[in-house]
Design a protein around this ligand. Structure first.
Ligand code: GLA
Length: 734
């Protein structure tokens, strides 16, 4: 049993393998948060919260006679609002009478087998026996507004999933101005915040900083998760490192606007709340209606950041990604985008595919430009029929050629967007989000379709199901290439326009959910100008996501490093592209580009015909190496061996088989300096007493014990010139 209720004390305790989460219904019926951290059986955590009078903290009625109580100082599972708690709130309401208050008290709870689901939204899932659910009902007795808190306990994964359902039990209309997924209070405040910020082509840059007394806000208001801030963050002990110290992860399973607020309070405590961004959010609940928040995945590690990452990697692979591709062997692909952009014909891409097949690629992906009048990014989005000028006879001549090379065929789509220069827009101008009387802002010359509308989603479903049903398509790249502005749906009344952002995300989930369920044999890869919608919500539908439009290997090292804190390499779309690189102009050796892309789903995004024979042979070898180590890379344990933020000279990372039988160690020199200083790293995840044979780029080397490699470390050969790299494989031999 991972959920324990001690009735006489009102104590609710959740255990995972290595963590404990505790809450209690107090003498006022308030559901207090007591503890989240290291596993502690048979322990009660009331004591950190002694109650003493804090001036200027409001006191609720009927509590004075029983010692001091204030919501302002009380740790809570889900906060009240408007009744004297001045820290970040998990909810904001406008009641039928216009007041802003909600004071939630415990009503009941129940424990259910299995993992709860959330209607219309992605959420973690579990097979029988893998998870349990705790459901707690809280209610405001004046307004009859309730909150149902749900906790999904994944014992083996050390993850607790949380979500809330807000139910309007009143006779009138209640407006939610904030509906967050969670609140977590810590009794102490010395934490570092690790978050992942960036911009287009530079996503998920890790930044670690101490929490000061100012409120920290991580958010996106762009309509998608964004390139600019990821919806995963970590709070860790100020002394925590990869291998030591306490760390807490917070990962939203959501792909729209989000907000995470973290405040170090007057009491030196820390509160974190997280959920849908409440900027431009207002959701009306009629009497009897309810609102489901997205889910957040909490995980705790008492043994440092690497263990926390491993917990999330396993969680995402086993309980977020779904369908036959979640853990399946994925194809090595060749994509034509950086090779041709919009300028291609069937014959031209056949040659790219042919060369890809010859060198070992397994899937050809036809990127943007195959439909409508799509000769540039000014036109065509919305017209999902083949451009016969570029591709006479449609897609079949290309598909047949690709298949004759022994490859599968995949194709790019961008369902949620529309160009004004398209037949679809000329026919349905009201299908785009726009504010009446206001000329719309554009992004990449395109508008955004109103995904809140069922007729729009049905049209798109029909287009893409016909496309997939009528062609042997094995893979879809689902793109989304602009941020949303002027969110206004022609179908909704003025007072419901604050729902459009979230309804857009629900519309995306509805469409991609229907398509992925209708075509379970198609591998869907997510994309949003690279990594603008790289989140656990999207991973529920697309087990791999194009990580960034930046294919520069040296920049990718940093992007992959930042992404690895929360997400497994099996979700990271990564390709080798040309040098000089199209985004940075850097000249990186093919070898280095290969090593970096191999730490992802792997593929090529270039015209391989333009390579020399020697380079082609190198590509052949890269694909062989990747295939040989496929399971070690995708299923092994991923270790960051250097801190790429502070070590700007070289980056190293490795994969270790879970049984310690082999390991693959990678090094990229990111800044060569004169007068060589040895590049030394300590390996991880090996068996100390086992013996390992070293193999550097196909050449057998020395035998080391695991202890030697982990405690003594490993020194890479001296490397110089522009961005060299090295890959070393270790095999257990005893
Ligand atoms: C986005 C994607 C790219 C490519 C282009 C096509 O930028 O991230 O990989 O598909 O769109 O327009």
């Amino acid at each position: 049993m991972s959920i324990i209720f001690q009735e006489e004390k009102g104590l609710l305790t959740l255990h995972t393998k290595h963590s404990t989460y505790q809450m209690a219904v107090d003498r006022f019926g308030v559901l207090r948060h007591l503890y989240y951290g290291r596993r502690a059986d048979g322990t009660e955590f009331y004591y950190p919260y002694t109650e003493y009078d804090i001036s200027f903290s409001a006191v609720p009625p009927r509590t004075e006679t029983e010692g001091f109580f204030s919501f302002d100082t009380c740790p809570q599972e889900y906060t009240t609002c408007g009744v004297g708690d001045y820290r970040p709130a998990s909810i904001g309401v406008v009641n039928p009478d216009g007041s802003f208050c909600a004071d939630f008290r415990y009503v009941s709870h129940r424990v259910l087998p299995g993992k709860y689901a959330i209607p219309g939204m992605p959420a973690s899932h579990a097979a029988e026996g893998e998870a349990e659910t705790l459901e707690i009902v809280l209610r405001d007795e004046v307004t009859d507004l309730s909150v149902v808190l749900r906790y999904g306990v994944f014992f083996e994964n050390d993850v607790i999933a949380r979500s809330a359902e807000i139910v309007n039990g009143s006779k009138g209309k209640t407006v939610l101005t904030r509906a967050f997924s969670m609140c977590l209070d810590f009794p102490y405040g010395k934490w570092d915040l690790l978050h992942f910020h960036g911009r287009h082509c530079l996503e998920r840059q890790a930044e670690r900083m101490p929490l000061g007394y100012t409120k920290q806000v991580l958010s996106s208001g762009r309509g998608h998760t964004s390139h600019h801030e990821n919806n995963f963050c970590i709070l860790c002990d100020e002394n925590a490192s990869e291998d030591h110290g306490e760390c807490y992860g917070f990962m939203l399973v959501y792909s729209g606007n989000f907000k995470t607020e973290i405040e170090r309070t007057q009491l030196n405590a820390v509160r974190i709340v997280s959920g849908i961004n409440d900027d431009n959010f207002r959701w009306t609940l009629e009497s009897g209606e309810s609102f489901h928040t997205p889910e957040v995945l909490l995980s705790f590690s008492g043994g440092g950041l690497t263990a926390l990452s491993h917990q999330y990697h396993e969680m995402i692979r086993s309980h977020i990604c779904r369908g036959k591709f979640a853990k399946a062997r994925r194809p090595v692909l060749i994509n034509n985008w950086e090779a041709t952009m919009f300028d291609f014909t069937t014959d031209k891409v056949i040659e790219i595919a042919r060369q890809g097949a010859e060198l070992g690629c397994e899937l050809f992906v036809l990127d943007d430009g195959w439909f409508g009048a799509r000769d540039s990014d000014h036109a065509g989005l919305g017209d999902w029929f083949v451009n016969e000028r570029k591709m006479p006879g449609g897609l079949m001549p290309l598909i047949e050629a690709v298949q004759s090379f022994g490859m599968k065929f995949g194709i790019w789509i961008e369902p949620e967007m529309i160009n004004e220069d398209s037949d679809l827009f000329r026919k349905h101008p009201d299908w785009a989000l726009a504010v009446p009387g206001r000329e719309p802002v554009r992004g990449r010359h395109q508008l955004v379709l109103d995904m809140t509308r069922k007729d729009v989603r049905d049209y798109l479903f029909d287009c893409f199901s016909a496309l997939i049903a009528n062609h042997p398509i094995s893979y879809i790249k689902w793109d989304m290439n602009r941020c949303i502005a002027e969110v206004f749906s022609a179908e909704l009344p003025p007072e419901r326009q604050g729902e459009v952002f979230h309804r857009f995300t629900l519309g995306f989930y509805d469409l991609i959910g229907r398509l992925t369920e209708s075509f379970p044999d198609v591998l869907f890869e997510g994309c949003s100008g690279g990594g603008g919608r790289y989140d656990a919500g999207a991973m529920y539908y697309t087990p791999q996501i194009w990580l960034s439009d930046d294919t520069d290997a040296i920049e990718r090292v940093k992007i992959q490093y930042g992404s690895s804190f929360g997400y497994p390499v099996s979700t990271m779309g990564a390709h080798v592209s040309v040098a000089p690189n199209q985004q940075t102009g850097k000249n990186t050796p093919l070898h280095t580009r290969g090593i970096v892309a191999m730490s992802g789903t792997f593929g090529y995004e270039m015209d391989l015909n333009l390579l020399s024979e020697e380079e082609k042979e190198e590509v052949r070898q890269q694909i062989r190496t990747f295939k040989e180590h496929y399971w070690l890379i995708q299923d092994g344990l991923y270790y960051r061996l250097t801190d790429v933020v502070h070590n700007t000279a070289y980056a190293a990372w490795m994969f270790a088989a879970k049984d310690g039988s082999e390991a693959l160690v990678n090094l990229v020199v990111t800044h060569v300096r004169p007068n060589y200083v040895p590049m030394h790293v300590r390996l991880k995840g090996l068996i100390p007493e086992a013996k390992y044979r070293e193999e550097v780029e196909g050449t057998e080397g020395r035998v080391y014990t695991g202890a030697a490699l982990m405690y003594g470390g490993y020194t890479f050969p001296a490397l110089w010139a522009d961005y060299p790299s090295c890959q070393v494989h270790f095999t257990r031999i005893d």
